[in-house]
Write a protein that binds this ligand. Structure first.
Ligand SMILES: N[C@@H](CCC(=O)N[C@@H](CS)C(=O)NCC(=O)O)C(=O)O
Length: 384
């Protein structure tokens, strides 16, 4: 048994980046292991009932799947150097909103810029998929197998709503998003000042493995948003890496301040992800009404089913169709739970921020049943 934490992950994997950045920034000793390792195949995967990364195993042999659960494993044991969860109300809620946006709301640009620019990306992606998935197979035999995995992911991109009709909008919106992040990271090293919080880790999911690492979007980011690119470097560096912010210390902004550049990013969540959240909640609530469910039932009936249907929503004057994944409601609940736990005066200050940024409805889009994670799986919780 290893005395280190082991992170089963790949550099090409979106959600792995979130967990890895946390381990790096917290100075936790760990080793990256490929899920092609026999221990993963023989022990970890059977325990989880599905092939999924990232997975962490602890020195005691505990298995923890999910980027957020890996982070919370350390947080709940008081083992974080800089807790990912801010102590003040607006910081906490806005950081959780950006966690959700990074992991779920930016999936369309992430998938589009990975899978629809073959001329720039495909050779690299297939080489990398082959390298990480099949390190034991000779390099010249990996490409065909990698093509098979690529075919699955292209289908997933469509299920996330990346269709030819809306590709021009995905690109136009992403160019705006790049400018907004660049403005923020020109003024702040991290989302809330001098240290990363849960929002930084969530954003790092899509903004690194896909949008900050695949050749086409990497070049775009370097050209259009060099300070965002710098943040992707900073998030992989064990040091605070704030060389351009002379004199900045490692604390969050004082007095629960939300700078204008972050308000702009919150407005972006309101325009680009809130319509989808509301549509997902509606479809999920209808599903819950139509389906016999008991508390503790596994969502989708088995580990490998992660969606319960499709939703339609309006975005930039078009209709987008996307999968409804209860995990996304789990991320939404984290925001709502944080708000619900606040005292009245703190709720007022959060509500004022959400009103100002067009996000107040995020508190009202609620599932009629909780989505919980138990034993590394998503299950239905209690009625709300
Ligand atoms: N909610 C999970 C999502 C993990 C996830 O979707 N991982 C992808 C790789 S980035 C995966 O393993 N997909 C399995 C598959 O494609 O079959 C987390 O945050 O860890």
């Amino acid at each position: 048994m290893s005395d280190l934490f082991r992170l089963y992950s790949w550099s090409v994997s979106l959600y792995s980046g979130k967990a890895r950045a946390y381990l790096i920034k917290q100075g936790i000793a760990f080793e990256d292991i490929s899920p092609a390792d026999p221990v993963f195949q023989n022990t970890v995967q059977p325990a989880l009932g599905r092939w999924i990364i990232p997975v962490m195993t602890t020195p005691d042999g505990e298995i923890v799947q999910d980027g957020t659960d890996i982070i919370d494993w350390f947080e709940s044991r008081g083992r974080a150097k800089h807790s990912a969860y801010p102590k003040t109300p607006r910081h906490l809620v806005s950081s959780l909103i950006m966690e959700m946006f990074g992991g779920e709301g930016l999936l369309r640009p992430a998938m589009h810029y990975r899978w629809n620019f073959d001329e720039d990306n495909l050779d690299f992606i297939l080489q990398q998929f082959g390298l990480f998935a099949m390190p034991h197979v000779p390099a010249d035999e990996r490409r065909d197998m990698a093509l098979h995995a690529a075919g699955r992911m292209r289908k997933a991109a469509v299920a996330f709503g990346v269709t030819p009709e809306i590709m021009p909008d995905i690109e136009a919106a992403y160019h705006e998003i790049l400018a907004e992040f660049d403005a923020h990271f020109s003024a702040q090293p991290y989302l809330l000042g001098g240290a990363p919080t849960i929002g930084d880790y969530g954003l790092f999911a899509s903004l690194f493995a896909h949008l900050g690492r695949d050749p086409h979007p990497l070049r775009l980011m370097q050209q259009k948003a060099p300070m965002l690119f710098r943040w992707t470097e900073r998030m992989r560096n064990p040091s605070p890496d704030m060389v351009e912010f002379i004199g900045r210390n490692e604390s969050l902004m004082a007095e629960d301040e939300i700078p204008d550049t972050l308000k702009t990013l919150l407005r972006r969540v309101a325009s680009d992800y809130l319509p989808e959240i509301e549509a997902m909640v509606d479809v999920q609530n209808q599903y819950l009404q139509d389906t016999q469910i008991s508390e503790g039932d596994m969502i989708g009936g088995k580990e490998t089913t992660r969606h319960i249907g499709f939703c339609d929503f309006a975005w930039r004057g078009k209709t987008v169709k996307a999968m409804v994944m209860p995990y996304r409601i789990f991320m939404l609940q984290r925001i709502q739970d944080a708000y619900d736990a606040l005292q009245d005066s703190d709720r007022d200050s959060v509500e004022a921020l959400l009103r100002e940024t067009g996000l107040e409805r995020i508190l009202h889009a609620r599932s009629t049943r909780r989505v919980e994670r138990r034993d590394n799986r998503e299950v239905w919780g209690a009625k709300t």
